[in-house]
Design a protein around this ligand. Structure first.
Ligand code: AMP
Ligand code: GLY
Length: 420
């Protein structure tokens, strides 16, 4: 039987989810809300916002959607899984109560403290004066995290007291991100990696590991972004590291969520750091990573419809098989990103890039104007190359990037620098 699937979201991550679903013989029709111009080649895009959960539920009911898969955290934090379940609809994604593991840094830190999960030491503050006093007495750099969703902009690494003061002012006095609290954290060092797992209550199935590049410019310089490129697998993460991360981090956290009455179903994303004192948690997300998904899901050889169904229904999980091929992708972003940027610049050469073979181009923020793709977001395209190893995947992806012409795009040439 061919099923109808609705994918909620519209960036590169959702394009990769749609792409993976389109490889399943069990999937007939794919809808994506709202989708984007690139996704439209593989799914029927529906103009409903990802956070308009009631409208999405009504759409799923009226179109006999068999399964809904949620990309962005905003939809999950808005309670989409709860609303769909209430209506008897099958959905892949955690409840609002479980999504707090991402939306509240303070919740995540307290959970980790309670269940003995390795992470940076921390304290949470509501009061500007107390926070400043504490930071004044500590060492630098220090890490300040706004306790709530801040679109990736709520984390400041303060090198000195002046920077910390300014950040605390923004977060606690001027309420730049809204009324909230601040988690002050010990500064950790070491390479970061992304460990995404399918989770159904206490059951945890690991995906292959990937690594994102958060800073805007080469050499890991410039402001933090949503991510400028990724690759998978990650050779500097050993089998022992993965075993430790699974047994001492992901499984106890999943079990802890059940014990807290916040049973998690969906993708639990561990943003982990390999510090000199072992692997520690930097953050948890309640959904697939972006751009990590764009290099991880193309390597999944199992039928993803079965995987999503196993989590959504609590039925047996098929074996997760991963391709031996390495994947490495470059994000092409609008000049100015993550600050302000222009839109509507024509993009050409996509077909030439695709024609190289062993390339996937995921659209992150594009639109169509006069029959032509144009830029429509900060992150615009994720160009992923595949190869026998990361080096050849990288060289191949670079050839594809070279084919793509646009007056307003930049990318980091050094994706994979830690391992190549
Ligand atoms: P987060 O949103 O919590 O993932 O933080 C964004 C980025 O800030 C992370 O990917 C890290 O590069 C950096 N970061 C966050 N927490 C720490 C920490 N405790 N020590 C060092 N770097 C951190
Ligand atoms: N790439 C980081 C994230 O998805 O949060």
């Amino acid at each position: 039987m061919e099923h109808k699937v609705l994918v909620v979201g519209g960036g590169g991550r959702c394009h990769a989810i749609v792409d993976a679903l389109s490889r399943s013989p069990k999937v007939g029709k794919i809808y994506c809300a709202p989708g984007n111009a690139g996704i439209a080649a593989q799914a029927e895009c529906v103009p409903i916002k990802d956070t308009a959960v009631d409208e999405l539920r009504d759409f799923a009911l009226s179109h006999a959607v068999d399964l809904t898969v949620v990309g962005p955290e905003a939809a999950l934090a808005a309670g989409i899984a709860d609303v769909f379940k209430e209506a008897g609809l099958r959905i892949f994604g955690p409840s609002k109560a479980a999504a707090v593991i991402e939306s509240s840094k303070d919740f995540a830190k307290r959970l980790m403290a309670k269940y003995d999960i390795p992470t940076a030491a921390f304290r949470t503050f509501e009061d500007y004066g107390e926070a400043l006093e504490y930071v004044r007495g500590g060492s630098f750099p220090t890490v300040l995290k706004y306790d709530g969703l801040a679109a990736g902009k709520g984390v400041i690494i303060a090198e000195n007291l002046a920077q910390a003061e300014e950040a605390l002012k923004d977060m606690l006095l001027d309420d730049k991100f809204g009324k909230g609290r601040v988690v002050v954290e010990e500064f950790l060092t070491g390479p970061e990696f992304s460990f995404m797992c399918f989770v159904d209550g206490e059951k945890v199935w690991p995906m292959t590991v990937s690594q994102d590049h958060k800073r805007a410019f080469e050499g890991d310089k410039g402001p933090n972004t949503g991510g400028m490129g990724a690759y998978s697998p990650v050779p500097l993460v050993t089998d022992d590291d993965i075993e430790f991360s699974l047994e001492k981090i992901m499984k106890p956290v999943a079990a802890g969520m059940v014990a807290e009455g916040r049973t998690f179903k969906g993708v639990l994303y561990g943003g982990l750091m390999k510090t000199p004192a072992g692997v520690k948690v930097i953050e948890f997300n309640c959904r697939f990573g972006d751009p990590e998904t764009e290099v991880v899901l193309p390597r999944l050889e199992s039928d993803i419809y079965d995987v999503f169904s196993a989590v959504a229904d609590g039925t047996p999980m098929p074996e997760l098989k991963w391709s031996q091929k390495a994947a490495l992708g470059f994000v092409m972003a609008s000049e100015g990103y993550p600050g302000s940027y222009g839109k509507g610049y024509p993009i050409s050469g996509l077909e030439d890039a695709q024609a190289l073979g062993d390339i996937r181009i995921f659209h992150m923020g594009t639109a169509v104007k006069d029959g032509e793709y144009v830029t429509a977001g900060g992150r615009v395209l994720m160009v992923v190359g595949f190869g026998d190893d990361l080096k050849s995947a990288r060289e191949h992806a670079l050839k594809a990037v070279d084919c793509i012409k646009c007056d307003s795009l930049f990318y980091r040439k050094d994706i994979g620098w830690r391992v190549i």
